[in-house]
Each structure stands twice: as C-alpha cells, then as structure tokens.
Design a protein around this ligand. Structure first.
Ligand code: ATR
Length: 274
C-alpha cells in the first residue's frame, strides 16, 4: 500500500486525509494517507525519515511549503516559479520531485464555477505564500492580474517576478478604487483572525468574490463582508482544497479523481457535523 501524509503545523483539523480516502475509494487505489504534525525545528529530518521509511509522497501545508521546496531535487515549472511546494513525490531514483498543485486546484474550481474567462481582470488580495502559489497557473490561464497588499512593496516584488509569464502588476488602494474587476480573490491570512481586507464597496458589488479560505456554509469573514456590501457571487475555497488534493493524487497514483463528487461529499459531511 502506498504511503502518503500531509505535513503542517497545526494539522489536526486537516481535511486532506478524508479527501484522499474518498479519492482512493472512488478510483479503487489502495493508499494510506495520514496527517503529521511538523516540528518547527526538525521538519526536514522528519520528512527525510518519512521518505526513508518508504513513503511515496507528501503534501505540505503551512508553514512548511518553502522549506519543502528547498528539499526537492527537481521541480515542475509552476513549482519553481512559486518557490513553494505543496506536493512532493519520490521518484524511482530516490530523488524528490516538487510540485505545487494549489494554483491548478484554484483554476479547476474557477472553471467548475464558470468564473474563468480569458483576459478578465482579476484582483488578488495579499502577496504572501498563498498568492505566490497560484500566480503561474492563473497567468497561464490568461488572467490579467492586479495585486493589492497592505505592504505594497511585497506586491511590487511579486508582480515583477511573474511579469515574464503574463499581465500582472501591483496597485495601491487609490489605484484599485478607480478600476473594476471581474473577479476578486482573497489570498490573505486575515480570515484566520476573523477579519478581512476592506475594499471600495463598488468593487465588491461588481465583481465575483472568491476566498481561498473556506468555512461551513461559506461563512468566511471575507465573504460575509462582501455579502453585507451587496456582493452577488461569493465562493469559498473548499473546491480549491479538493482540487489541489486531486492533482496531487494524480501525480502519485496516475489517475485524476472526480473533484466535484468528492467536493459535494465533503461539503455534506461538514454540514452533518455542524
Ligand atoms: P500565507 O502563506 O497564508 O500567504 P503570508 O505569506 O504570511 O501567509 O502572507 C499573509 C498575507 O496576508 C500577506 O499578504 C499579508 O500582508 P502583508 O504582506 O502586508 O503582511 C496579509 N495580511 C496578514 N495580516 C494582515 C492584516 N492585518 N491586514 C492586511 N493584510 C494582512
């Protein structure tokens, strides 16, 4: 049985073991997938020991994606550009292949929603790790991206780094106030504190809102804020979570699970537990 795990800290609430169990049932693959608490100091040694014991792959979540990237020997283009890795696969020669499936998960979810139109204007809130992980696939999908971040310098740096791959620039609050966007994606970590970035209300009313975080009944702070300002189209990131997991599963096991079926199941289970 192929062994996998998701590594993070904290990790107890992770839905990944359940999602991969559902993928395995659906595809008839026999895998073992568990959640592992990464240690701030010894994460690298933990991962090395895990692979040495025979594991075929690992998912990596906060705060270890950059450290996992440093451990990989080979990379996909998207992972290389992101500089962060959410999926590792052990190759036949023992080397580690680094991939980042977060962006593919987001693109798949936007496609499912019919929210991905070529050349549309996308505003991304935040310029941290979550943003970095999705820029390359979004640019590959011909999205015209504006980055808005509290610390504008981080957005400037990211926009410059990704400029070779498509239309991307950073903007200040004043600049975004004068524009309109088809889609606004929250990639800040503020929701974890029950908060969100405030925006000009006209932007919120006109654009579709996507939150990379998720919550029961889509009640994330960002989406709740959007609804109070009159946003009509709001979507949380549970579909992205299932999508990134599905692309990791495909990399390891060679078959892409039906994302939507598993998403509906996970949603139903969250509701039943509430
Ligand atoms: P992650 O890996 O979750 O992206 P990160 O790299 O620490 O975490 O990035 C967090 C993002 O949320 C950043 O864009 C951060 O803005 P700064 O670059 O200005 O720090 C944003 N963020 C976090 N707390 C915030 C707050 N109180 N107000 C506005 N933005 C915030």
């Amino acid at each position: 049985m192929n062994q996998y795990a998701v590594w993070g800290n904290p990790i107890a609430q992770s839905k990944s073991p359940r999602i991969h169990q559902l993928f395995a049932e659906q595809t008839g693959k026999k895998i073992q997938y568990v959640a592992k608490l990464g240690d701030e100091v010894t994460f690298e040694q933990q991962l090395q020991a895990f692979f040495k014991a025979g594991a075929k792959g690992a998912n990596i979540t906060a705060p270890f994606k950059e450290r996992a990237f440093m451990l990989a020997d080979e990379y996909s283009e998207g992972c290389l550009q992101a500089g962060a890795c959410n999926t590792l696969k052990r190759l036949g020669n023992g080397k580690w292949y680094g991939e980042n499936t977060d962006g593919a998960g987001l693109v798949a979810d936007l496609t499912r929603l019919n929210w991905l139109k070529a050349n549309q204007h996308v505003l991304i809130l935040g310029a941290g790790g979550a943003t970095k992980g999705v820029l390359y696939p979004l640019l590959q999908a011909n999205q015209q991206i504006t980055l808005y971040n509290r610390t504008e310098e981080r957005a400037v740096v990211l926009a410059e780094k990704f400029a070779p791959w498509g239309e991307i620039h950073s903007a200040s609050w004043n600049a975004i106030s004068k524009q309109s966007f088809d889609l606004i994606i929250n990639a800040t970590s503020l929701g974890l504190q029950g908060q969100c970035v405030e925006l000009p209300s006209s932007l919120v009313r006109e654009g579709k809102l996507y939150d990379m975080q998720y919550a029961l009944n889509q009640q994330t702070p960002f989406l709740n804020y959007g609804r109070t300002l009159g946003a009509q189209f709001c979507q949380d990131g549970l579909g992205m979570l299932v999508g990134q997991a599905a692309f990791a599963f495909q990399l390891w096991e060679g078959v892409l699970p039906d994302i939507e079926r598993v998403l509906l199941r996970v949603q139903a289970e969250m509701e039943n537990r509430a």
